[in-house]
Design a protein around this ligand. Structure first.
Ligand SMILES: Nc1nc2c(c(=O)[nH]1)N=C([C@H](O)[C@@H](O)CO)CN2
Length: 119
């Protein structure tokens, strides 16, 4: 599938990090999602029910990240991928999780994963 629905630069405040002090504060994570979706059906019907609703995905992602403390940003990426596949029926996606305040001398640091639904 070469059609996608994307969300870029979604900022979510999170308790995230491997150090004790990081578990006492919130830091911004910036999420990019590129989700495979057949956009021909919603284009024909005009129905949001046929579309991958990016606002519903945005709300879910924000709520999942805010719900608990995290360690590595790899864990965040893996959980987001699994839950989007499971709850939104996405067959394939790329998830990038960036932590822009993590390294003072770098603009940002990030992990990117690509996952496919197991049939
Ligand atoms: N690959 C990763 N490396 C590091 C992570 C991470 O989540 N993934 N996290 C940290 C610390 O939490 C860091 O952000 C504190 O400055 C270090 N390396």
């Amino acid at each position: 599938m070469r059609d996608f629905v994307s969300i870029e630069g979604l900022e979510v405040l999170a308790v995230v990090g491997i150090f004790e002090w990081e578990q006492e504060i919130t830091q911004p994570l910036v999420i990019d999602l590129k989700m495979a979706w057949d956009n021909r059906t919603p284009a024909q019907s005009g129905a949001i029910e046929d579309a991958l609703d990016y606002d519903a995905v945005r709300k879910a992602v924000t709520s999942w990240i805010s719900a608990k403390p995290w360690g590595l940003i790899e864990e965040v990426a893996e959980v987001l991928a699994a839950r989007i596949i499971e709850e939104f029926g996405v067959a394939e996606l790329e998830v990038r999780v960036a932590k822009p305040t993590a390294v003072a001398s770098a603009k940002t640091v990030a992990v990117t994963i690509h996952r496919t639904r197991q049939e």
